[in-house]
Design a protein around this ligand. Structure first.
Ligand code: ADP
Ligand code: MG
Length: 696
């Protein structure tokens, strides 16, 4: 009913041009709306020649859609009228709700309460409205009706939508639907991406969001919809999760954007950082077929732009298509001798449209080519419009390979660009923008082709963890200390170093004898989070003498540094063989749940910040990808003849942790640092661990 209403009532319609209540009515009329329009205004007889009604109840039929423009405090009473007459769809344009504070929040709650009771769906309040070009619906004050097209747009900011509309209108970009969701008191981004997902007219979903309400539902829905239709989002403002005081390494390394980045990656959402980029991408996705792979052919009438394209292709990790001998032979036959028949194909500065058309036709049939980028600079002989028409013919003919254009210049190519856009050929103001778009399409294709997600379940001792977690929650203790953290990890299949706590130097020497030298000693106190920071870690102690000296020194020095700390003794621990130190961690985002972390470990994690994040639960492939996404990965696989670390075992560690935090939502934060890992055959060891829990 929001998108194809047979009748629309505008409550608060006005006779005064410039007022929102007038503009919306005028926009509906200007859009050529075919249904019935009912202006509601108790002071006017007619507006724009239409009969005016004093209230909703005086209208002889039930309007499919009601648009409310009156001041916020009156809106609840209008909602009651809507409930009474039985309208099911309402757009509230009016501002003055949640966005202005406590009073407004209450009004908004009241409005939603009435809506829920009456089964009314509400868009807004505080929004710009809804536009559906194909149905001649412009229930907005955002601007004139845009072309119809394949982009479904949703925006959390009305003002931005006005800018988007303006940009789109001056570039001839078409939409299936545009919706301003405002305060999204009822209809929100999740409803809309679902609706756009099912809408046959929408080929691409695009939007601007400031936050996402139902984190998990959104991820799941977006992931599913992304398989059929690409989702392109601009997103501003973080989740704030990173801002909370973090006791763990993972917590302090997770920025406010980390969760969104992980969500977008998981759900295949293409993130855009400007309106221009968003339309660059959206136009291509909406109008061109997807490339089978990443091999790009470039056709140009000048060397410079060809080189610019070549640079971008290399920079973005795409491939320059290597043309077949047959293609090159054909090109040589039809192009002048000076033309370059290798990619980038240079048809030369004096090329007329027919040369372009010939080259396009030959290149598109080359099996080594996945995407075709046509560059043009308006030189003396250039027929830019005829070239655009030739491209349009080629693009409309048989649609298995995508076309992209970058016609450079302004006045001399303006008409040609219009031809391109009208024919659904995306046009870019630089070869670089075109290539970046191809890259986004290739990424999307890759994402779509990724294997089905299968999360492996390991056999674990859940009961053991349950007991430790419950004990802490019962006692109101948030932090789980090292010993019990390690017990939890052991229950999930991790190996931890052997060791025991000593209260005297003699005891320490005795434990060390039993473990066998060398040993490691660590200060043992619930109040010391980072032991090495206070000189509380000694490694490689080779004999009893060293152990006793180390004990005495720690017990003498550390209480001086930290007089408040309750020191219980010194942990004497077996020393792990040489290996690489990595960190495995988790930080729970309030909206999206557990975010897993992998990175270079040890005492320098926060300095190096070489970490990657992903949403749990992890598949084997995702865990592996987390490793690959760090610089540490190159060190792990072995440099300069050094034997590499067993990558699969590290990835398995991440999967086991992911299972732990999925099965225990009480765990809020968790670090294993270091997780000491070696080559195949060497068991990785969780040397140091920490977690925190909360009642849920
Ligand atoms: P903290 O993080 O509180 O400073 P850790 O237990 O992580 O204390 O130890 C700090 C560093 O000491 C580790 O990153 C590692 O380099 C080294 N280390 C600690 N325990 C061992 C061990 N058992 N075997 C080998 N190296 C160790
Ligand atoms: Mg540590």
């Amino acid at each position: 009913m929001f998108f194809n209403p047979n009748s629309v009532a505008i409550v608060g319609a006005s006779q005064t041009a410039g007022k929102v209540g007038y503009e919306i009515l005028a926009n509906m009329i200007a859009a050529g709306y075919k249904g019935k329009l009912f202006p509601v205004n108790n002071k006017a007889e007619t507006i724009e020649g239409l009969k005016c009604y004093p209230d909703l109840e005086s209208i002889s039929q039930i309007p499919d859609l009601v648009i409310i423009i009156l001041p916020a405090h009156i809106v609840p009473s209008i909602m009651e009228q809507c409930a009474k007459i039985g309208t099911k769809s309402v757009i509230i344009i009016s501002a003055g709700f949640k966005e202005v504070g406590q009073e407004g929040r209450k009004l908004e709650q009241r409005v939603i309460q009435i809506a829920r009771q009456a089964g009314i769906r509400v868009i807004g309040p505080n929004c710009l409205g809804v536009i559906v070009p194909a149905n001649h619906v412009n229930a907005s004050f955002g601007g004139s009706l845009p072309h119809k097209g394949g982009i479904g747009y949703l925006s959390q900011s009305g003002a931005l939508l006005a800018a988007i509309l303006d940009t789109a209108n001056s570039n001839g970009i078409g939409f299936s639907k545009l919706v301003s969701i405002g305060n999204k008191a009822d209809v929100d981004e999740l409803d809309l991406i679902k609706a756009f997902g099912e809408d046959p007219e929408t080929r691409v979903i695009a939007g601007y969001l400031e936050n996402i309400a139902d984190g998990n539902d959104f991820v799941r829905a977006a992931e599913k919809i992304s398989h059929d239709k690409p989702i392109l989002l601009m997103k501003s403002g973080g989740t704030g999760a990173g801002a909370q005081a973090a006791a763990s390494h993972t917590g302090s390394l997770a920025g406010s954007e980390t969760a969104y980045e992980a969500v977008f990656e998981r759900a295949g959402i293409i993130r855009c950082f400007s309106i221009k980029r968003q339309f660059d991408f959206a136009q291509a996705f909406a109008n061109q077929p997807l490339p089978a792979s990443n091999r790009v052919a470039v056709i140009t009438n000048a060397g410079g732009p060809g080189i610019m394209a070549a640079d971008a292709i290399e920079r973005y990790g795409l491939e320059f298509a290597v043309l077949t001998d047959e293609t090159m032979k054909k090109l040589a036959e039809g192009l002048p001798p000076a033309a370059n028949v290798h990619n980038p194909i240079d048809v030369l500065g004096d090329a007329l449209a027919d040369k372009y058309e010939f080259a396009i036709d030959v290149v598109r049939n080359d099996p080594n080519v996945d995407a075709i980028l046509v560059l043009l600079t308006p030189q003396a002989m250039t027929e830019s419009t005829a070239t655009a028409e030739a491209m349009a013919r080629a693009s409309n003919e048989k649609g298995d390979k995508p076309f992209f254009a970058s016609f450079l210049g302004a006045d001399k190519v303006a008409e040609a660009i219009r031809v391109l856009v009208d024919n659904g050929i995306p046009q870019y103001d630089s070869p670089e923008s075109a290539v970046l778009t191809i890259k986004m399409m290739v990424n999307y294709v890759k994402w779509r082709k990724r294997p089905r997600r299968v999360v492996k379940l390991f056999a674990v001792n859940r009961r053991k963890v349950e007991m430790i977690v419950e004990k802490h929650l019962r006692q109101g203790v948030r932090e789980i200390g090292e010993t019990e953290s390690k017990e939890i990890l052991e229950a999930y299949g991790f190996v931890t170093p052997k060791g025991a706590v000593a209260a005297t130097a003699d005891q320490a020497a005795g434990i060390a004898q039993q473990l066998g030298f060398p040993v490691v000693m660590k200060i043992w106190s619930p109040d010391i989070l980072h032991k090495s920071d206070v000189g509380g870690v000694r490694v490689g102690l080779k004999n009893a003498r060293d152990v006793m000296d180390a004990f005495d020194l720690m017990m003498y020095r550390i209480p001086k540094k930290m007089p408040e700390a309750n020191i219980l003794g010194v942990l004497v621990q077996e020393m792990c063989g040489s290996g690489k130190e990595v960190i495995l961690g988790m930080n729970r985002d309030p909206h999206f749940g557990p975010l897993m972390m992998f990175g270079m470990g040890g005492t320098m994690v926060e300095v190096l910040k070489d970490v990657s994040f992903y949403l749990a639960p992890l598949t084997a492939e995702e865990a592996r990808q987390m490793l690959v996404n760090t610089k540490t990965y190159k060190i792990l696989v072995g440099t300069r003849g050094e034997k590499g670390v067993d990558i699969d075992v590290v990835a398995e560690g991440l999967q086991r942790l992911s299972q732990l935090v999925t099965e225990f939502p009480q765990i809020q934060e968790l670090d294993i640092n270091p997780f000491i890992v070696g080559p195949a055959g060497i068991t990785p060891i969780a040397v140091d661990a920490r977690m925190s829990v909360e009642k849920i």
